[in-house]
Design a protein around this ligand. Structure first.
Ligand SMILES: [Zn+2]
Length: 153
């Protein structure tokens, strides 16, 4: 399970819509629990260096800076997020190819015609051979259950 503050989850959704029709991307900083569980404490948005609607590339400098900054503290990079313009919120074959760390949780926002419609979270098996969906929740218990998009006014 991955847990978000509602404003953080909203910021991820907004980034996905703002970037449309290109993919957005960024890193998730937080605290890990047992297994594939984590609580997000901070978002670290990245420019999509690929500037593509079919793939994303997180700024490697962002990784390095965060690693250095978080070293020795209670927080770490727990995952990443990106969007799927006009594509379901399931990891694509390209995502699986690109997966490099079995510890990281992938959060994917599906955007259709500029509107975010679905957010899901996925963990990897140790061999990086497949993703499996995990629950995504908000910390205050509001009903942004797995697979649901935030209510908006
Ligand atoms: Zn993807």
């Amino acid at each position: 399970m991955i847990r978000f503050r509602p404003d953080h989850l909203k910021a991820v959704v907004d980034a996905a819509e703002d970037a449309y029709p290109v993919e957005c991307c960024g890193l998730l900083v937080g605290r890990r629990g047992a297994g594939s569980t984590a609580e997000v404490t901070r978002l670290a948005p990245s420019p999509n260096l690929a500037a593509s609607r079919e793939r994303f590339e997180i700024d490697p400098g962002l990784f390095l800076r965060l690693h250095k900054e978080l070293e020795g503290g209670g927080e770490s990079i727990v995952g990443l997020y990106h969007s799927h313009p006009d594509y379901p919120s399931q990891p694509s074959p390209r995502d699986l190819d690109a997966a490099w760390d079995a510890e990281l949780i992938w959060v994917i926002v599906s955007v259709r015609r500029g509107q975010a419609i679905h957010v899901t979270a996925h963990a990897l098996d140790a061999g990086l051979s497949q993703f499996h969906e995990i629950p995504l929740r908000t910390i205050d218990g509001s009903p942004a259950a797995s697979g649901a998009i935030l209510e908006r006014g």
